[in-house]
Ligand binder design. Structure first.
Ligand code: DQA
Length: 151
């Protein structure tokens, strides 16, 4: 029998709609659509059902997180620039009873000083950073494993 699908809300933060055209030397050549396509393949392989949203608006991301327990078992979030600034997103993640995995395409610890600090990390179950588009796939696997209680 197939295990029950794990419902995962994937949130892409600001400017990630520009992937593939934006600072390709840092973020790579893949578009967000292609990253999402690969993520859907991974979801199929691990038995997850995805809701994927990109937003450039902090309040919208806060709303999505706040209402997420109604339709998701876990969150995978790339908060992008809000990683380094948003107490509101951190508080929203801390307020909901479902686990979140923070992901970044680039390794935020190898970049400018201001990127080294994540306000989100203390409210996340863990962080995957620096593996390019694979960060999302690894983050999805981590989220599914958390929900299923795998070691
Ligand atoms: C990012 C890293 C952030 O510092 C930056 O603001 C982004 C993308 C990443 O995926 O590497 O927009 O979250």
């Amino acid at each position: 029998m197939q295990p029950k699908p794990v419902r995962v809300l994937v949130i892409h933060g600001p400017n990630l709609q520009l992937l593939g055209r934006r600072e390709v030397e840092v973020y790579g050549k893949l578009s967000l659509e292609e990253i999402d396509r690969r993520l859907e393949e991974e979801a199929e392989a691990v038995g997850a059902e995805l809701t994927i949203v990109q937003s450039n608006h902090e309040g919208e991301i806060v709303d999505l997180i706040g209402s997420s327990p109604e339709r998701a078992d876990a969150i995978v979030i790339n908060p992008a620039a809000y990683t380094h600034t948003s107490v509101a997103i951190r508080d929203a993640l801390a307020a909901v009873p479902i686990p979140a995995v923070e992901v970044h395409l680039s390794n935020i610890h190898r970049r400018e000083d201001f990127r080294r600090r994540s306000l989100i990390a203390p409210a996340a179950a863990g962080q995957v950073t620096g593996f390019g588009p694979a960060s999302y796939r690894l983050g999805l696997r981590a989220a599914v494993g958390l929900v299923r209680g795998e070691d």
